[in-house]
Design a protein. Sequence first.
Length: 669
Amino acid sequence: MKLVIVMLTSLLLLLVSCKKNKIENEKSSDVLTFFKKTEQKPLKADIEEKYLDTLCQKLQKQHNDSITRNIYFKIAFKFYNLNSLDKYLNLSRKINSLSVKDNDSSHIAKSLYYIGDYYDDKSKLDSAFSYYSQSEKIYKKIKDTLNIGKTTLYKAGILYDAGNFTESEIEAVKALRLLSKIHNTRLVYECYNLIAISLKELNNYKKALEYFGLALKQLEQLERENYSEQKIIKSRISCYNNMGAVYERLKNYQSGIYLYNKGLQTKDLKLNYPKLYAMLLNNLGYSKMKLGINKNIKKLLFESLRIRDSLQILPGIVSSKIKIGEYYLNEKDTVRALNYIKEGYILSKKINSNYDILYSLKLLTENDSKYKTFYSNLYIKVNDSIQNLERRTRNKFARIAYETDQVEEQNEILSKKIVDVFIGSGIIVLLLGGLLLIFRLKSKNQELIFIKEQQESNEKIYQLMLFQHSEQEQARNEERNRISMELHDGIVNSIFTTRFNLMQLDSKAIAKKNQLVNELEKVENEIRKVSHNLQQNLLFEDKTLPEILENLIESQKNVFNTKFYLSIDKYIDWSSITNNNKIHIYRIIQEALQNSNKYSKAEKCCVFIFKTVDTITIRIWDNGIGFNLKKIKQGNGLKNIRERAKAINGMCRFYSNEVKGTTIEIVFK
């Protein structure tokens, strides 16, 4: 009755569990179907955001697994593209929490760099750098080369934005080493480009141009890989513009003009990429002015300013105003020039563009004679302030990296303590297990001692049996020898003498005499033949060991109902084999049969003993499960077989596998 109750309870629990899993799978399927609806056709931003909010609510009821978190990641990415950054941040933090609960290192790292993207977008560089560093640490632990490279590249970008160009170059080179190994063309391009612009800011212009050249080659490779055409166009124009800026600093304005014009030749540039178009116009006009080409300079500079002002590109507006100011300085219109430069200076302060602040102050110091001292002092003050800020920024990022390492070390210490607890518990369990094992080994040892004593007793009995057979055989041989000698030395000699005397008789009955002599000669030959046959039997007849082996085979029984067979070559001269060697042969076969009984689970087991030219071969074969000769630890049984084979000057070989069974072969002379 109790058994029936237990079985019914188990069945009920199984049904409930299956039903629960089915419901959860159905829910998961519904969520995926709902998510696909947002991807099937483009939606308006507000409608798509509502869809995503609903989807987040549905996901709250789902089990915390990798599938659910991957959907969360896709939703977060959509929030980011919709510029709904607060929702993007909240969802990224939620994914991080869920990943930590599930101890999913890959998703923890991914959620951290999602959070880093938020702070990078918000220009909170220290926070972004911190989250990227944490993400990078985890990716290093799980050896994810692609994401180690990506997070290192993001860190390099933040360092560049913070004005820490040396560290930016170092991190970008680290990222390049990693990303080159996995042949990610786009990310390798990003590395080359970031290294190039960092080198430009470090005034290493020759190397900067080399890396811009490598970046352009990567863009050609991206074209062959059918990468997004729009992104390639934007990247190529940026490369042309940055290379032109390098040539400007080298005062090679002709090369700069060539590159700016090359960028401006892009089809539908003004329509599709007005920001890049305005940038190229501004830089082209400036290079022409520096080269002394006055045609259309004013038009180029003011067209650039107009576009930038309409798009409210504040850094671009600053650059345009300062360059227009320089144009008017070149035209000797100082009043207009100073007005534009001052406007550029005021706006550069608003957007914290340190380079433009210093450059505009430098121009004002050189050209505003009325306030020259004021601007000169201000330039020195701002320059010192920027240098101090850069120094503090460098220290800040170094401190963030250090603090990230410290947190990592503390986590490792905590993990180590947990590991120590587990190890301690493990040691206690091992000790208890060891004591139990010792107890069992002692019991097993007693059993083995008993078995060994039994085997020794069996061997003594067998040796006594062989000795008895040997004594019987010796007595038989002695009797045969005695009979042979009697026949040979007594009767044969007597008959020979009689025959000789008859031959010496002087008788006229010659025919009768010859007849008697012939008959005596026949008797003599017959007796010699009998004597010779007796000697032959002594040399070749020995059935003792084969009979014993037949008894051994007949006595074999096991739980697998194995059938045992024996085949012995009748031409083997057993009398030439010593009793000691016979014992070894018997024990080899006995041990092999015992192993087959224990382990093989065979249907049949055969023992063959046959003679080949001048050697005798013993072969024991079964069709059981076999064993791996390389992996199995050879115990006393196989070791004893080898030792006994060696004792009879024989070679021992084992052939076994888990399909074809096992063969033991001993060859001796």
